[in-house]
Design a binder for this molecule. Structure first.
Ligand SMILES: Cc1cc2nc3c(=O)[nH]c(=O)nc-3n(C[C@H](O)[C@H](O)[C@H](O)COP(=O)(O)OP(=O)(O)OC[C@H]3O[C@@H](n4cnc5c(N)ncnc54)[C@H](O)[C@@H]3O)c2cc1C
Length: 383
């Protein structure tokens, strides 16, 4: 195997693998190609940056030039890869330039899903999925007051908490009957909803956004339950779709994400994927901790020591200061039941199988302090 490693993507996944590989090998040539500015920043900060006064400049840890020097790699910012030629081991940039690789890593991330809504205000709907989006979002919400968020999942709830703390009027709409419907049993959803409502968030649950129309300076949302909301800004946070097009067009197998085995390897043996674009043995885990584990394993593999990724349980902290929350959802299809203890200070929900084994948890309020005791009892996600 040769040794020119090319990484497509400069998100947490691209940087994690570059950093880990550089630790293992000080001389292997690494090139990172990115459609964006190519700088390093922590994406999770974007959903709690406003209330903490963080600007895009303060969130950026290092621009492409600084990071290239620090990691001793080449970085090509603002270069979109448009094709992969497996037979030649080359990729093509949008301007036609061809770049050779021995080993290629997809760290392409995921797109925010856009709902097919009606109305002439739909084009104004914003998403925040990277630092440039966050810059745009800050510019647009300046001098505005009312923000509607479509989606009460992790990102929607975090933005709701952040925006309400920063002084905005916030409406949140979700088809589910509770916030964090996919992650929390209903008692947890109720608790989180109450805390966010106490902070000022207005929820519209069990209903969908039907249309968004521009009326003068404002956006008028009509919901399927007949309610309407007047808003200045609409932020959509309804989920992510792994970026698979580049791989698919190159004939690499995809499913919901780019399909890889435990070596993070596609069926094309010198092409790998990790992060939000990857589906590892059927699992798409769009969070930071899986990237950390995957990057370490992949770096070892790229350095010549094939290393399968291992995922321990990886609880996710939800950044809603109005209601500290940590979740480790049971695997899809896990058989068991939630056992829930609720009081005014928190919710402790444990998902157990018939034999009493802990398969997942949701901890809210004071119960979050049990995270460290409970996490070692959880099964590995990939052992
Ligand atoms: C607001 C928000 C808050 C979050 N909070 C948390 C949290 O609290 N905890 C947690 O664990 N996770 C959180 N997440 C998820 C976490 O941030 C992501 O899992 C992680 O950042 C994904 O990193 P990535 O490198 O896979 O993808 P990305 O960061 O999306 O990077 C993809 C890169 O690929 C580049 N790219 C794409 N296509 C091309 C192309 N054709 N050519 C060249 N370059 C290309 C892009 O420009 C980009 O540089 C949050 C996500 C968001 C949006």
């Amino acid at each position: 195997m040769g040794n020119a490693v090319v990484i497509i993507g400069s998100g947490l996944a691209g940087y994690a693998v570059a950093r880990e590989l550089r630790k293992l090998d000080s001389s292997i040539p690494i090139t990172m190609i990115s459609a964006d500015h190519g700088g390093f920043y922590s994406k999770p900060m974007l959903s709690n940056a406003l209330s903490t006064g963080k600007t895009p400049e303060s969130i950026l840890n290092g621009d492409a030039v600084q990071m290239a020097a620090q990691l001793k790699i080449a970085i090509r910012p603002h270069c979109r890869v448009v094709a992969i030629n497996q037979a030649q081991n080359t990729l093509t940039l949008v301007d036609g330039e061809e770049i050779f690789y021995d080993q290629l890593v997809f760290a392409l991330g995921a797109d925010q899903i856009r709902l097919p809504l009606q109305g002439d205000g739909v084009a104004k709907v914003l998403t925040v999925n990277d630092l440039d989006d966050y810059q745009n979002f800050r510019d647009v919400i300046k001098d505005k007051k009312r923000i509607s968020i479509i989606g009460a999942g992790l990102i929607g709830c975090e933005f709701a908490n952040d925006l309400v703390t920063a002084g905005y009027q916030v409406d949140v709409i979700d088809i589910s009957a509770q916030p964090l419907g996919r992650l929390l049993p209903s008692a947890g959803g109720v608790f989180l909803q109450q805390k966010l409502e106490a902070a000022g968030v207005i929820f519209h649950l069990d209903t969908a956004t039907q249309s968004i129309n521009q009326i003068d300076e404002h956006l008028h949302l009509i919901l399927t339950n007949g309610d309407s909301i007047e808003s200045d800004i609409v932020l959509s946070a309804v989920g992510l779709r792994p970026r698979t097009q580049l791989a698919e067009a190159a004939g690499i197998q995809i499913n919901r994400g780019i399909l890889v085995n435990r070596l993070l390897q596609t069926q094309c043996l010198n092409i790998y994927a990790l992060g939000d674009c990857a589906e590892v043995e059927g699992k798409i885990l769009p969070f930071v901790m899986p990237i950390t584990h995957a990057a370490r394993a992949l770096a070892a593999t790229l350095a010549g020591n094939p290393t399968p990724v291992v995922y321990p349980a990886m609880p996710v902290m939800v950044k809603t200061p109005a209601c500290p929350t940590v979740v480790s959802p049971p695997d899809l299809g896990a058989i068991g039941e939630w056992q829930v203890e609720t009081d005014e200070d928190g919710v402790k929900a444990l998902f157990k199988d018939e034999a009493g084994n802990l398969l997942g948890f949701a901890l809210l309020g004071v119960a979050t302090k049990e995270k460290n005791n409970l996490t070692p009892q959880l099964p590995f996600i990939l052992k």
